[in-house]
Design a binder for this molecule. Structure first.
Ligand code: ARG
Length: 371
């Protein structure tokens, strides 16, 4: 059956096939959550966000929503169906028998929570307490897809307990210093322990039959193992990126553009031994262009490398943030048509163009790119 916008079909096997249906996040009611172990480990030591929490200023929410709405309209104008989440009240505390935190996070970015593999959308375990209930923002859409597509598989990974046993106390000290962080990252000593399987969906990249998963702060080895046992028809590969003192979410680090081509953050290069599967199959891994900015925008969790957090619309077309001129220039040289999208004022809400979306339908089937 061919795809049509009125006929929901969940299908997406990789990061580059022609995009037809996507979820774009909303900034509604986003909060800076209170301190908690995993989140603290991620907030850069010199960040303006340290020590403050609460609802984000309304004017920043309005501005981010304006940009996200414009982005959604740009995609719609290209014939792509765009759905939006329904924000829950993120000022509500998150409480389970095992933990309590005074507020939640938001319904940005969807890429962190939802992992689409073929006809399945899997809700990740998540690894922050404030994001434990974040899947609820997407449940109206999941219910709709369930009703409309009889092949859709809606799955949820086992909710983790997120007690203190999930976090290494060494990461809780105020000042660790970047040098020590880099050493720990090199040793694969991350804030999360191996107490139970943990993963965020944005640590996973889909290459057809192969899933490439970053082991870091938000995904532990048991999380990778859970994915391996769940996606039994796939090969699941663990990757690490020494050079990243705050390793969370792979999509500002390693960005596939089309079969055979990946852009890699030059400060977080994939180690030689982990490059083998790509090189053996004639894939090229090129260093990403430098970001256009020296600092992230205010109240932002991410680094300036959101420059390479691009959304591929098809193997020849890519959305790049409008101010990221060096990244756009590189894409052009790599033979991609660049669609400029203004999003920088929404970065603080959790990420760039890839983060703020989640795939529902891309054309194509599951292919083996690494036979
Ligand atoms: N860790 C990345 C950086 O700061 C940001 C990744 C954001 N990705 C996401 N899916 N939220 O460079």
């Amino acid at each position: 059956m061919s795809w049509s916008p009125d006929n929901t079909q969940v299908n997406s096997w990789n990061e580059w096939d022609p995009l037809k249906h996507v979820i774009v996040g909303r900034a509604d009611d986003c909060h800076i959550p209170p301190e908690e172990p995993a989140l603290d480990a991620k907030v850069p030591e010199d960040s303006d966000m340290r020590g403050q929490w609460g609802r984000r200023p309304q004017e920043t929410i309005d501005r981010a929503n304006e940009l996200l709405d414009n982005f959604a309209n740009q995609l719609k104008a290209r014939g792509i169906r765009v759905d939006r989440p329904t924000s829950i009240d993120h000022s509500q505390p998150a409480t389970t028998p095992d933990f309590h935190t005074d507020s939640q996070f938001g319904c940005m970015p969807p890429r962190d929570v939802l992992l689409t593999v073929g006809s399945e959308i899997l809700e990740a375990t998540m690894s922050y307490r404030c994001r434990w209930f974040e899947y609820l923002n997407y449940r109206p859409l999941m219910q709709q897809y369930w009703d409309e597509d009889s092949n859709f598989r809606h799955e949820a990974a086992p909710k983790p307990r997120l007690t203190d046993a999930d976090y290494h106390p060494d990461y809780l000290s105020e000042k660790i210093g970047v040098e020590k962080r880099l050493k720990w990252a090199e040793e694969k000593f991350f804030v999360t322990t191996e107490e139970e399987p943990l993963f965020d969906a944005a640590d996973v990249l889909r290459f057809g039959k192969d899933l490439v998963v970053q082991h870091g702060f938000t995904t532990n080895q048991k999380g990778v193992e859970w994915l391996r046992r769940h996606f039994i028809d796939h090969r699941v590969h663990t990757v690490n990126f020494p050079g990243d003192p705050y390793p969370i979410h792979i999509d500002a680090t390693f960005t596939p553009l089309r079969p055979g081509l990946i852009v890699n953050n030059p400060q977080r290069r994939l180690p030689e031994d982990q490059r083998k599967m790509f090189y053996d199959n004639d894939w090229e891994i090129v260093d990403a262009a430098q970001p256009a900015h020296n600092t992230p925008p205010p109240l932002c969790y991410s680094s300036t490398w959101l420059s390479m957090n691009v959304l591929v619309l098809d193997p020849k077309t890519v959305c790049v943030e409008k101010s990221e001129v060096y990244q756009a220039e590189q894409m052009d040289k790599l033979g991609m048509e660049v669609v400029e999208v203004e999003l920088r004022d929404a970065y603080a809400f959790g990420g760039g163009l890839h983060c703020c979306t989640a795939d529902v339908y891309r054309e194509g089937t599951c292919e083996d790119y690494f036979p």
